[in-house]
Design a protein around this ligand. Structure first.
Ligand SMILES: [Zn+2]
Ligand SMILES: [Zn+2]
Length: 183
């Protein structure tokens, strides 16, 4: 296999997990998994593992941004943001369905138990969720800038308390009324 990043042919077969074959580039540390190998492994993998909310271990992921060509069928690989707390893209071939992972991306996916859901990252519903996450993160920053960190922390706490309160509507009416003691 020719590495899509460093174009060398110094790649060797590896086993990412028991029963999951891949090609590893010795120069950049990238991994190529063919659609057939991933599907075959998934079939024997069993139920999808529950996603871990936060990874204990931080990986130095070597996300390579430039366009890459599929090492099997030469098409341009498409990039898909992983999201779910992971800030990198995985490359997917629209022709043969193979997946390219840059250095340590497999380990990061595994750290969050997303390694058995890579095929789902390329779906419309996954990508819609990722965009929702990105929008929420942007709004979070905008609110923090507008209110200041301290006020924002306080208003978030109050908001959550109101949201969970059985008299939510009455509390909101009380809060928004300039003078709730006047009839
Ligand atoms: Zn390489
Ligand atoms: Zn391909």
């Amino acid at each position: 296999m020719q590495c899509p990043v460093c174009k060398t042919k110094r790649c060797s077969p590896v086993e990412l997990e028991e029963g999951l074959r891949a090609s590893a580039c010795e120069t950049c540390g990238g991994r190529w998994i063919s659609h057939e190998d991933y599907s075959a492994w998934l079939k024997h993998h069993g139920a999808t593992l529950p996603e871990k909310p936060f990874s204990e271990v931080e990986f130095d992921v070597g996300d390579v941004q430039e366009a890459k060509l599929c090492p099997d069928c030469q098409r341009i690989l498409l990039k898909y943001k992983v999201g779910h707390g992971l800030d990198f893209f995985v490359d997917h071939c629209p022709g043969c369905g193979g997946v390219w992972l840059d250095r340590n991306e497999w380990q990061a996916l595994q750290g969050k138990n997303l390694h058995d859901e890579i095929h789902r990252i390329f779906s419309t519903s996954w990508q819609r969720q990722v965009r929702g996450e990105q929008m929420a993160a942007k709004l979070d920053q905008a609110y923090a800038r507008r209110f200041g960190q301290e006020s924002y922390a306080k208003v978030k706490e109050v908001r959550q308390w109101i949201q969970e309160h059985p008299q939510k509507r009455a509390l909101l009416a009380f809060l928004s009324d300039d003078n709730p003691y006047k009839i």
